[in-house]
Design a protein around this ligand. Sequence first.
Ligand code: UD1
Length: 372
Amino acid sequence: GVLVCVVGARPNFMKMAPIFKALQEVKHLIKPYLVHTGQHYDQAMKDTFFQQLGIPEPDTDLGVGSGTHAVQTANIMLKFEPVLDEVKPFAVLVVGDVNSTIACGLVAVKKQIPLIHVEAGLRSYDREMPEEINRILTDQLSDLLLTTERSAADNLLKEGISEQRICFAGNVMIDSLLHNCKQASSFTETLRNYGRSQKVAERNYALLTLHRPSNVDDPVTLERLIKVVSEVSEKLPVIFPVHPRTQQKISQAGLLSVLSEERVIMLPPVSYLEMLGLMQTAKLVLTDSGGLQEETTALGVPCITLRENTERPITVTEGTNTIVGTDPAKIMQCVEEVLINGGKSGRVPEYWDGMAAQRIVAEIIGRYLTDN
Ligand code: UD1
């Protein structure tokens, strides 16, 4: 049967790649059909990821682009429905928590097509986060919920989702990381690639990413954060690949001049292999991303999360992650701790072992394609 697989935004690509690889092994049973919604469309946000991760060209690109949440979600729904009418899949598989995830999930379920959600059950319990709404709703719609950490099942059970629908499969984002670690670009190569000549030494720089609406859309919060970044950069150089949304907000707020060009190395959005390399040899990572919290835990690199909460608690309880929020004093204290004693050490969580995609594919075959 045909399995429609949906990707839309950058963090979806590294989750879908290992699933596609695992599906290659069962071609006689499952024919994958890849839909890209076009939520992310820049070359730097999409094409290089497809190439590096070895994801095939999508069978359909809905080309929706940016917009308000309602516009983006509605456009994806309108364009996705005819694809299902034509392809008639036995199920639709979505990953993560972006607008493409909920939009396509809702369309599938209304057509009585079973929905499979990879990375189910994560909760920040912060409903101001658009992703939290997407997670809660997608999980309610899903027939099969594949989780990355054990706490996710507890969240789902509390929301009334039956245990039979939940399967702990592990973390596909870490599948990608483990498969690609060795091919990562070194940080020196990356800096050279973007024409940066600043002197930076291995394990002596901070890597920064910032793009959550709660951090970058409000000029007051953004200014506070940018000033802390400037303070951090007095301790060690900061490498900062900038998300398009953040780039716009920093320029609009007139904050570019706060950052020393010598000490804060701003880059455009970097490729997957460049990002892996930048993480691997960083002294510490400062981020508001969900994925980086997990990747740093898998790599054993200290992560300071610039948010008040996390939907990935295992990165804190077992991994290298610390949740600090946006208070400048707390951020500086945490950075100094890492510089003095190396920061939190951690271990790699259960089933973050490079085999999650295989488990997922086996579960799908067992549930949907075996008569019993
Ligand atoms: C989306 C996801 C977020 C994820 C992030 C990773 C939702 C609700 N959010 O947020 O969970 O962590 O992707 O990147 O789905 N833009 C470009 N080029 C692109 C894509 C976007 O320039 O290829 C700009 C546009 O001006 C757009 C803005 O970035 O308005 C935001 O893009 P959007 O897809 O709406 O959300 P993200 O902030 O990227």
